[in-house]
Design a protein around this ligand. Structure first.
Ligand SMILES: Cc1ncc(COP(=O)(O)O)c(C=O)c1O
Length: 389
């Protein structure tokens, strides 16, 4: 039997409707979209239809959507592109301490090139205070880049408020929406952003495809120079098969969003309640209680190491929030920024549910956890008793 998959924030399977949409472009339509003949027109039309599908999900115009190779490329394009394009205006970027490495590491690279980066702290729920953004802005600030939803704990950032503050000072705003697109409404005008990153493999499209929203009229030097593909914003012959896949994935996500949010939240809340019922305060939930992705349950199991607990649970595929290096437990940078105490955070496990998670899988998961976690506790208590403690 396959393990129960509860790692949808890591990646999602390809939706069958997406696989079906890709098929004709694998087997039948091979034209280069730049070719003027019928072969080219067929694939060009498909790419443009896919672009409209992505735009519909984000609430923007089709010509504001650039296909990329994924979330990392979208983030790199914005961070490096803004740093270069607006270098006369300033050299200061603002981001947060809980960003994905696909933001943190381009920022570190830019620091090596002489730019200044402010990494804003978060509160204990993982949230940035918009007032901290206001305080961090200087006349040399050119970009604020804060993620929409955190990949580990699921906390949602107050992007609309952050945008209002930044744009009032003439500062551009980017949000990494890799984790929110398809899970909660992610509309560029509601968020008020100039740039937004999408990662296809978090929204039931294949790995290696993504998109970048660039607000109409915003200058941005491309990361990849070449011919004039993607409105001159990203060179390279279009990845027709994967563009079509991302388009279909966005169409499905948009149609499914109300049902998805309701269903996945119900399951996640039920899961959380079952853990609370069985383990009380031995299980502590991380992240914001309400402002959180509906599919994410990130918890600390007191008294155990998350990675070891998961090792004993091969029936469940989930992620841990701590790593063990040479006997030392290191908390993730996100948990560290949230000031989770190490003795608690070492037991961190992220469960992320998705479109195909069933109530029965959650029941089985709770039962497996109970067996293994209770077993661990009994063994730990037994050892303590033997040692006369
Ligand atoms: C928040 C966030 N940003 C960016 C990425 C990177 O996306 P990709 O794997 O498509 O490069 C991920 C995926 O792990 C993510 O969770």
């Amino acid at each position: 039997m396959q393990p129960i998959y509860l790692d949808y924030n890591a990646t999602t399977p390809v939706d069958p409707a997406v696989a079906e949409a890709m098929q004709p472009f694998i087997t039948s339509h091979h034209g280069n979209p730049s070719s003027a003949h019928a072969y080219g027109r067929a694939t060009k039309d498909a790419v443009e239809a896919a672009r409209r599908q992505v735009a519909d999900l984000l609430g923007c115009a089709a010509d504001e959507v650039v296909f990329t190779g994924g979330g990392s490329e979208s983030n790199n394009t914005v961070l490096k592109g803004v740093a270069h394009t607006y270098r006369q205006r300033g050299n200061h970027l603002i981001t947060s301490q809980v960003e994905h490495p696909a933001t943190i590491n381009p920022c570190r690279f830019l620091e090596q090139q002489g730019l200044q980066v402010t990494y804003l702290p978060v509160d204990r729920t993982g949230m940035v205070d918009p007032e901290d953004v206001r305080r961090a802005i200087t006349p040399r600030t050119i970009l604020v880049s804060v993620m929409h939803a955190n990949n580990e704990v699921g906390t949602l950032q107050p992007i609309a408020e952050i945008s209002r503050i930044a744009r009032a000072s003439g500062v551009l705003v980017h949000t990494d929406a890799a984790q929110s697109v398809g899970k909660i409404p992610t509309l560029v005008d509601e968020l008020g952003v100039d740039f937004l990153s999408v990662a296809g493999h978090k929204v039931y499209a294949p790995k290696g495809i993504g998109a970048l929203y660039v607000r109409s009229g915003t200058a941005l030097e491309p990361l990849i120079h070449g011919a004039g593909h993607e409105f001159g914003r990203r060179a390279g012959t279009e990845n027709v098969i994967f563009d079509v896949a991302l388009g279909k994935a966005c169409e499905v996500a948009k149609a499914d969003l109300p049902r998805y949010q309701r269903q996945v939240r119900q399951l996640r809340d039920h899961f959380q309640e079952e853990l609370a019922k069985r383990f009380g305060d031995r299980v502590v939930v991380n992240g914001h209680p309400e402002q959180r992705l509906p599919n994410t349950l990130h918890v600390n199991f007191r008294g155990v190491i998350g990675a070891e607990l998961l090792e004993k649970l091969p029936e469940i595929a989930a992620s841990t929030g701590s790593a063990c290096h040479e006997g030392e437990i290191a908390l993730s940078s996100v948990l560290t920024a949230m000031q989770v105490p190490p003795e608690l955070g070492m037991g961190a496990v992220r469960f992320s549910l998705g479109r195909y998670t069933t109530p029965e899988e959650i029941e089985r998961t709770v039962a497996w956890i109970e067996r293994v976690y209770e077993g661990d506790r009994e063994r730990a208590t037994g050892v303590a008793e033997q040692q006369g403690r």
